[in-house]
Design a binder for this molecule. Structure first.
Ligand code: NAP
Length: 435
């Protein structure tokens, strides 16, 4: 027998339109496989008379009153796809207080106010799911929660901002400047008119904060991540890196090592041998390393109307199956740990160095700081593993604006890092001025 579930939705933009399209296209499959019919009772928007990309189902109420949706006694599940922070938090809180399960795609909100909302959902015995908040169309959160339930994740590395990845891919492929590539991304609808969150690494950090919780049970804060964006990267550096066998990517990284969690969001040189180097354009990719499975890579669309809506609707189906069951109110992520958090930039690792200084000068500077470099292509060199202190001294010696150093992904020497952390011996730091 088919059961009808009453659903309310907040927002009717890119994702909201996709939800309506997918609801229509998948209705018979949902009924056949789940025994459910999802009835969209009401949709709340900001501008009641704005033109809409898709038609509402017959009988769905369009309103500009969020309150009328989140407190409607007939609505059992609320989908929040409007974005915003304060308005969305208030709306989700009210829906949960009224005993409704909530599905959201809002990573900014989950990263910053997730703990409050998760605690409220638990108290109210309601589900709160947010699969679409990380990597849009890739079902990575439920995969980590369900398919890694007995496994132990040691590393999660992601390209999880399509706008940033598109810009770096265009700069590498065409030699266009950052500004030209950003304009191309905006023209193609891949970047917002204000791209700050995407290019500064903030959006990637929010997603890493959520991913880390699922992968390691450890919540991260923005101050622990301290993201570095991509605005200082030049097309010449992208192309020199490509010639040297690397792709520059805005990576989100979290790695568990000896009871510590090392994290970073920054532009990083990804070796061509790594499958992540081939995740191009607006595509997203999340590489997971774990004890039982080993290496796995999940790639797909990190955004987009119907791909993101698919993640939203899968959450709706799980919440619908939980209604009235003891499972309702079980936290989406049940992985909890207490790890001390460090920055991956504090480890001993290799760097790709870009400079117009002569090879002799750059070699002298490296020798002075007791490490070696190998020339990759003209004006681009690879360092041996070095400490953050060696790197800082080397850059000071070369002249601050004379060299750009980007970490090489997966190049941390953990044995040297551990030795450095346990070593009590002070490091000699005199810098010999070069002639
Ligand atoms: N776009 C993607 O591919 C994608 C992927 C993953 C996650 N997300 C997340 O999904 C959420 C929605 O993104 P989107 O791209 O669909 O946004 P969008 O296209 O800008 O649509 C936002 C919708 O919310 C409505 N809205 C905004 N403020 C409102 C308010 N105060 N009261 C009532 N309605 C309000 C808007 O109403 P009007 O239309 O009347 O203005 C609009 O329909 C965001 O949290 C985003 O981060 C998006």
């Amino acid at each position: 027998m088919t059961e009808t579930i009453e659903v309310g939705m907040l927002g009717f933009g890119t994702v909201g339109s996709g939800v309506i399209t997918r609801l229509r296209q998948a209705a018979s499959k949902i009924e056949q496989t789940q025994g459910l019919r999802l009835h969209l009772a009401a949709v709340a928007v900001h501008h009641l008379n704005a033109p809409r990309a898709v038609e509402l189902p017959i009988g769905t109420r369009l309103t500009d009153s969020i309150q009328s949706v989140v407190s409607d006694p007939h609505i059992q599940i609320v989908i929040e796809v409007m974005g915003t922070l304060t308005t969305a938090e208030a709306a989700i809180s009210t829906a949960l207080q009224h005993g409704k399960s909530v599905i959201t795609a809002n990573k900014d909100l989950i990263a910053t106010a997730g703990a409050r909302l998760i605690a409220l959902a638990k108290r109210q015995h309601c589900d709160l799911f947010y699969e679409a908040s990380v990597a849009g169309g890739i079902p990575i959160l439920r995969t980590l929660t369900d398919s890694y339930a007995t496994d132990s994740v040691s590393q999660v590395v992601g390209i999880i901002n399509g706008t940033a990845n598109y810009i770096l891919s265009v700069m590498t492929a065409t030699g266009q400047s950052y500004q030209q590539a950003l304009t191309a991304a905006q023209a193609a609808g891949y970047a917002e008119s204000d791209p700050t969150n995407d290019v500064s690494g903030l959006d990637t950090s929010y997603k890493l904060m959520i991913l880390s919780h699922f992968a390691f049970g450890q919540a991260l804060t923005l101050s622990q991540i301290q993201p570095i964006g991509l605005t200082a990267i030049t097309a010449i550096e992208c192309q020199q890196a490509a010639q040297a066998g690397y792709h520059l990517k805005l990576l989100a990284e979290a790695q568990q090592q000896a009871g510590q969690l090392y994290c970073r969001v920054a532009p990083v040189a990804v070796p061509n041998q790594s499958a992540l180097s081939r995740v191009n354009g607006v595509q997203n990719g999340v590489a997971v390393t774990s004890q039982a499975i080993g290496h796995s890579l999940y790639t797909g669309p990190g955004a987009g109307s119907t791909a993101t809506a698919n993640s939203v609707l899968n959450d709706v189906l799980v919440a619908a199956q939980h209604l009235g069951q003891p499972a309702c109110g079980t936290a989406f992520n049940r992985n909890q740990a207490q790890l001390s958090v460090r920055s991956l930039s504090q480890t001993v690792q290799r760097y790709l160095l870009f400079t117009k200084l002569s090879t002799i000068t750059i070699e002298k500077c490296a020798n002075n700081r007791h490490f070696s470099i190998t020339g990759q292509t003209r004006n681009c060199y690879e360092s041996s593993p070095i400490t953050p202190t060696q790197l800082a001294d080397f850059i000071r010696l070369c002249g601050h604006k004379a060299v750009t150093a980007l970490p090489i992904a997966f190049s941390t020497d953990w044995a040297l890092t551990a030795k450095r952390q346990t070593s009590s011996k002070p490091v000699a730091r005199e810098i010999v001025k070069l002639a």
